[in-house]
Design a protein around this ligand. Structure first.
Ligand code: R5P
Length: 273
């Protein structure tokens, strides 16, 4: 692996503890304006200081993120489908490597759809993106998208993660599941987890992060369970404490509760001005 590739990877996964907190805000690329992310700038700005990296599309990056930031950018490079379209798995690469370089991104991200109608196309997309990234020292994060008809078990997710790594992905994002350690064991590159749909209680999402790390994940690429929380800043801080400070779920949740009160007071103070 060349210097540039290693350097960029070290911006995503902290080389000291091999862990990461990636903030996912790319959902609009097929979901449109989603709750909690209707105005991307408003969602992203307060959370940025606590994210090791930001996963975003080029459109939101250009319009809603200041170019002055130091947060490394993971660029969502696949798309071309929508939640009301025929088949979400029918994705293409929608960003060029030149654009990624111009945007100074540290990683490219793309979804693969194992077992779907467009499985082959999505894997071909991955191989092309890896080739492009390898040429310029930009790593690729493969996202194992799971269709409604697929079961999120270790057999399926292990298969998807392994295939992504075999094709050349440098990091893989997947979902947490029972026997997750088998997924990690079978995947020769770092595995990080998505949060998935907003869970009812923040403690459930913290438990998810804790369990995934315990079972070998290198960190989280979390979106909705952070910015759909009643207290997003407090939530990302609590997630950080699990990932980077080895907090247990109870400690992280206590931190969340304490910071939530402060966050509410700050919001009240702004409103009363
Ligand atoms: C899918 O839309 C994206 O890849 C998201 O970045 C990913 O699902 C992580 O976000 P969440 O934690 O909301 O599932």
């Amino acid at each position: 692996m060349d210097w540039g590739m290693k350097n960029r990877l070290s911006k995503i996964i902290n080389p000291e503890n091999r862990r990461c907190v990636m903030l996912a805000v790319d959902h609009g690329y097929f979901l449109g304006p989603t709750d909690g992310l209707r105005v991307p700038r408003r969602t992203i700005r307060p959370l940025l200081p606590y994210a090791d990296s930001l996963m975003v599309t080029r459109g939101v990056l250009r319009t809603s993120v200041s170019p002055d930031i130091n947060t490394p950018i993971v660029l969502r490079a696949s798309g071309g489908t929508s939640i009301i379209g025929e088949d979400l798995s029918n994705e293409s690469i929608v960003t060029s490597i030149e654009e990624a370089i111009k945007l100074n991104v540290v990683c490219l991200a793309l979804s693969i759809f194992i077992g779907s109608k467009y499985e082959h196309q999505s894997l071909h997309n991955l191989s092309r993106l890896v080739d492009m990234g390898e040429k310029y020292g930009i790593p690729v994060l493969a996202v194992t998208a799971v269709g409604k008809e697929m079961s999120r078990d270790s057999r399926y997710l292990g298969l998807a993660c392994r295939i992504a790594a075999e094709i050349g992905a440098h990091v893989v994002k997947t979902y947490y599941c029972q026997n997750f350690e088998e997924v990690v064991e079978g995947c020769p590159v770092p595995v990080i987890i998505a949060g998935g749909k907003k869970l009812t209680h923040e403690s459930e999402a913290l438990q998810l992060a804790y369990d995934a790390l315990h079972d070998g994940a290198s960190g989280v690429d979390m979106g909705r369970n952070i910015w759909q929380s009643s207290h997003p800043v407090s939530m990302i801080k609590a997630v950080r404490s699990i990932v980077h400070s080895n907090a247990n779920v109870q400690e992280a949740h206590e931190e969340f509760m304490k910071n939530s009160l402060i966050e509410t007071r700050k919001e009240d103070a702004i409103e009363s001005k």
